[in-house]
Ligand binder design. Structure first.
Ligand code: GAP
Length: 515
């Protein structure tokens, strides 16, 4: 675990050193849980968004996109339930004056019990070797049974407190479990209070009577309130989907783990409108499609898992997360929810407008049910970087840091490198660069030894390095060096474009999605 934390720290440092992610407002000492994307980060982020958009909108005939505004009428958030219920339970430690999410403190306590059990198992595995029977050990070992029973009791109590929205009980659990503040080490806790996560601002001047409005905490509501506009103008027939990519804002109490939990982030969401009663079949369809989308990137199938929700929001009748193995454990990257007709019905109620669909095949009107797929761009970015970051030992004792990014997502697709800075090689390299840059994001580099230049490209995940040497001037061939295998191959300049194009455009991945 400590080793994994170490890798995570190195990844964060790498992101800064190579222009992927910077703390926001850094020269003013930063702003909590807000980040800026640098020259390589923005390319990777744009490529992620394009991969999502093309897979959802281009590949599915019945999905279209929109781009709704961040500011919306405040009643939208009343209708959606965010004004009344988009809360986190917070608790303060009176000694350190630090604020925590009460539910997160309890979840961490649950994880501690899990860790204890895992430690017992690792110890026993070492001791008994091949003869070790893990299931039997779990069922009979007194230490494991004791920790497991404490954990189960805590989970039951915690789930009930959350379900009953019982803030006093949450506090009591923290006290009974002896959970201390990591800074002060004391249990001197305040009451637990609900804290709404929406940011507010004002629209219009105060003299005119300014209106309090919210920065959207999800992009989904912009889709719901445009349901009729898109359905009518696009002559869409149920089932159909509306997709959107955009910024969302949440005043997270516990904002940490780098870009995993931010206060300003980006979402890629799709609401798929279906006939009531058909939602479960579409829920299964989108679960499977979305998992394929992740796995097609080749980051290792074993690094993904579904996590079905036991506790459903009052409007949902099914929900699951797609989790990725981050350096700090399996974590949610995407949520897939069956949201019934809750949102459209609420907007009909609060706006006083009829929001229904006339189904010509059934010859009747109804409020469609909705399947939502919702993924954070920044979390996806983090999962890809975490999976791609490798420190490798090479022959001769050398090491390299390489980002084994899927070529389709890599910020720079190819680097063009003249072997030396004379003899007409830079001019020839510029010529190659000028044709390649029409289609691919390329980088020209003539500084330092070729080895150093390869390392720089490895560190940002460039899949191809193209070296121009004296032979190029004679036979129009170049050396292509592959990032992952580090193998080199002589290729004609005329064949370069087709070879690179095949690997960096999404077509091959999209084929996998359609199978
Ligand atoms: N419309 C549904 C919705 O917003 P959610 O589970 O709250 O559902 C969906 O968020 C996704 O948005 C998450 O799976 C995560 O990837 C991303 N996300 C949510 N809060 C985030 C935050 N504070 N920072 C970064 N990403 C976040």
């Amino acid at each position: 675990m400590a080793q994994q934390e170490d890798v995570f720290k190195k990844l964060v440092a790498h992101c800064k050193e190579y222009g992927f992610v910077f703390p926001s407002s850094e020269i003013y000492d930063g702003l909590g849980a807000v980040y800026d994307y640098g020259q390589n980060g923005v390319e990777l982020k744009n490529n992620i968004k394009k991969y999502w958009w093309d897979a959802m909108v281009k590949l599915n005939d019945n999905v279209v996109g929109i781009d709704s505004s961040i500011f919306m009428h405040p009643t939208i958030w009343k209708a959606s339930g965010h004004v009344d219920a988009f809360n986190d339970p917070l608790i303060d430690n009176k000694d350190s004056k630090k604020r925590y999410r009460a539910d997160v403190l309890i979840e961490e306590q649950l994880a501690k019990y899990d860790d204890k059990v895992e430690k017992e198992i690792t110890k026993a595995k070492k001791k008994f070797g091949d003869t070790f029977d893990e299931n039997k050990f779990r069922e009979t070992n007194p230490n494991v049974l004791r920790e497991q029973s404490k954990r189960d009791a805590l989970l039951t109590r915690f789930a009930k407190a959350l379900n009953d929205n019982n803030l006093e009980e949450l506090r009591q659990i923290i006290l009974d479990e002896g959970i201390v503040c990591p800074i002060s080490g004391t249990t001197n806790w305040t009451e637990v209070r609900q804290f709404n996560l929406m940011f507010t601002t004002e629209m219009g001047s105060t003299a005119d009577g300014a209106m309090k409005i919210y920065l959207r905490p999800e992009t989904a509501q912009g889709i719901f309130v445009n349901f009729l506009n898109v359905q009518k103008t696009g002559r869409m027939k149920v089932p159909f989907g509306i997709a959107q990519i955009g910024k969302a804002f949440r005043n997270e109490i516990v904002a940490r783990q780098f870009i995993f939990r931010m206060r300003e982030f980006e979402q890629m969401e799709m609401q798929f409108f279906v006939r009531p009663g058909e939602e479960m079949q579409w829920f299964d369809y989108w679960k499977s499609f979305r998992l394929k989308w992740h796995k097609a990137l080749g980051m290792g199938d074993e690094n993904y898992q579904f996590h079905d929700h036991d506790k459903l929001a009052h409007y949902a009748n099914a929900a699951t997360d797609i989790e990725f193995r981050m350096p700090f454990g399996f974590k949610e990257v995407e949520g897939i929810h069956s949201r019934t007709d809750f949102d459209l019905s609420q907007h009909a109620k609060y706006s006083g407008k009829k929001i229904e669909y006339f189904d010509p095949e059934l010859n009747k009107s109804y409020t469609p049910y909705v399947i939502e797929t919702s993924i954070g761009v920044d979390r996806m970015f983090l999962s890809i970087l975490a999976g791609a970051y490798k420190e490798e030992e090479l022959e001769g004792g050398e090491t390299r840091v390489v980002l084994r990014l899927p070529a389709v997502l890599a910020p720079v697709k190819l680097a063009v490198l003249p072997l030396i800075k004379k003899d007409g090689l830079p001019e020839k390299a510029r010529e190659v660069m000028n044709t390649m840059k029409l289609e691919f994001n390329c980088q020209y580099d003539e500084k330092d030894s070729i080895g150093k230049r390869y390392r720089r490209q490895d560190a940002i995940g460039t899949p191809f390095c193209v070296t121009i040497d004296h032979q190029t001037l004679q036979d129009n061939t170049v050396t292509v060096r592959y990032r992952d295998t580090m193998e080199q191959e002589r290729v004609s300049i005329d064949a370069l474009h087709t070879m690179i194009s095949k690997q960096v455009t999404g077509a091959e991945l999209f084929n996998k999605l359609l199978q």
